[in-house]
Design a protein around this ligand. Structure first.
Ligand SMILES: NC(=O)c1ccc[n+]([C@@H]2O[C@H](COP(=O)([O-])OP(=O)(O)OC[C@H]3O[C@@H](n4cnc5c(N)ncnc54)[C@H](OP(=O)(O)O)[C@@H]3O)[C@@H](O)[C@H]2O)c1
Length: 322
């Protein structure tokens, strides 16, 4: 009964703004406007499909060189071929749930130069508890730990500067969660709840962005795309997709705020999630406000990365911190 009421409250509050109708009300129909990203270098994770592919291809069509990270080489190559300039896509195969690989890929990408925009887009809803070969739960590793490790690798390699915009793809699911560090990963696999874990990770992304803004040097934004018809939704939420199908957004509509943030760079605001080019409050319900702090989250992620054998610090990698 309590769950049903919570669901009614959540969908009653968000179904309209998160739908395609919400996007059209705030941004208008279609997103055809051009931005000038010529000369810029971007990194986009989870870029072989869904929102990541839409972000990478629009950035490249508007002039950026985009390091596009995902696992599927064939789909990344197809994406790169589909872009006819003026920028280009550089397919970069990496499993973003494997922290050592993420660390290595970040440092390798940074070796070719700094980034103007980094979009931490990759995210998955994992219903069955599954450990990566490194021992962590796959959802947490993909949705959050990998973002932290990639960010750290880029910072330590000098690829993040005052002109770098960091964009984290959170989710409306964050509105239903109070950040609880103990709940980022279930102690007992039998207690794993894919929906609840995903909401935790997405709430944590918002806190991680606060930590990034506190550290600087450039602006960081947490955004969410609304409800978008992507392969990820088709796989993880088939019932939701059947029900809301007619009002789901296109990937281009969901991706629009990321492109707009990168182009306009509004001053970052605390306790904010961007949707449809607007800074919405990061909390819709009082109970979500009392969670762990951004600093506590960052310390917890650092400890988890260390436990997985991913040492931070420039000294560990012989890289510059310029
Ligand atoms: N769609 C929505 O309605 C919605 C709503 C709110 C938030 N979001 C968020 O938006 C982001 C993108 O969602 P989406 O719906 O576009 O997802 P998607 O359709 O599942 O696409 C995600 C991409 O991530 C890649 N990926 C998944 N696991 C990976 C891994 N371990 N390593 C490297 N790449 C990996 C996949 O490519 P490979 O298979 O090639 O690796 C895929 O191309 C996620 O963070 C999601 O939580 C989406």
């Amino acid at each position: 009964m309590k769950t049903l009421l919570a669901a009614l409250l959540f969908y009653g509050r968000f179904a309209l703004p998160f739908s395609r109708i919400g996007h059209r009300r705030r941004v208008g129909a279609g997103v055809r406007e051009r931005f000038d990203f010529r000369g810029q270098r971007w990194l986009v994770t989870g870029a072989s499909g869904g929102l990541g592919a839409a972000i990478a291809s629009r950035a490249a069509r508007n002039g950026a060189e985009v390091v596009a990270m995902a696992r599927d080489a064939r789909r990344l190559e197809a994406l790169a071929h589909a872009v006819d300039g003026p920028g280009r896509i550089i397919p970069t195969m990496v499993d973003l749930s494997l922290l050592a690989a993420v660390d290595q890929a970040g440092r390798a990408a940074a070796a070719s130069g700094g980034f103007d925009v980094v979009v931490h887009n990759v995210g998955v809803m994992v219903h069955d508890f599954e450990r990566t070969p490194e021992g962590g739960e796959r959802g947490l590793a993909t949705n959050l730990l990998g973002h932290h490790v990639l960010d750290r690798a880029l910072r330590e390699s000098g690829a993040i500067s005052a002109s770098t915009a960091l964009i984290a793809m959170s989710s409306g699911g964050a509105y239903g969660a109070r950040l609880d560090l103990a709940a980022l990963e279930a102690d007992d696999p039998r207690a794993h709840d894919g929906f609840a874990a995903y909401a935790q990770h997405k709430r944590a992304q918002v806190a991680l962005v606060e930590a990034w803004n506190a550290e600087g040097p450039g602006p960081a934004y947490a955004m969410h795309p609304g409800w978008v018809d992507t392969p990820g939704v088709a796989t993880a939420l088939p019932g939701f997709r059947r029900f809301f199908g007619p009002v789901l957004r296109s990937a281009e509509e969901g991706a629009d705020t990321a492109l707009w943030l990168a182009a306009t760079r509004p001053p970052p605001r605390p306790d904010t999630i961007w949707l449809d080019r607007h800074a919405d409050p990061a909390h819709a319900f009082g109970f979500t406000r009392s969670g762990a702090s951004p600093a506590e989250l960052r310390a917890s992620l650092e400890a988890r990365a260390a436990a997985a054998g991913i040492a931070g610090g420039a000294a560990a990698h012989g890289t510059s911190t310029a």
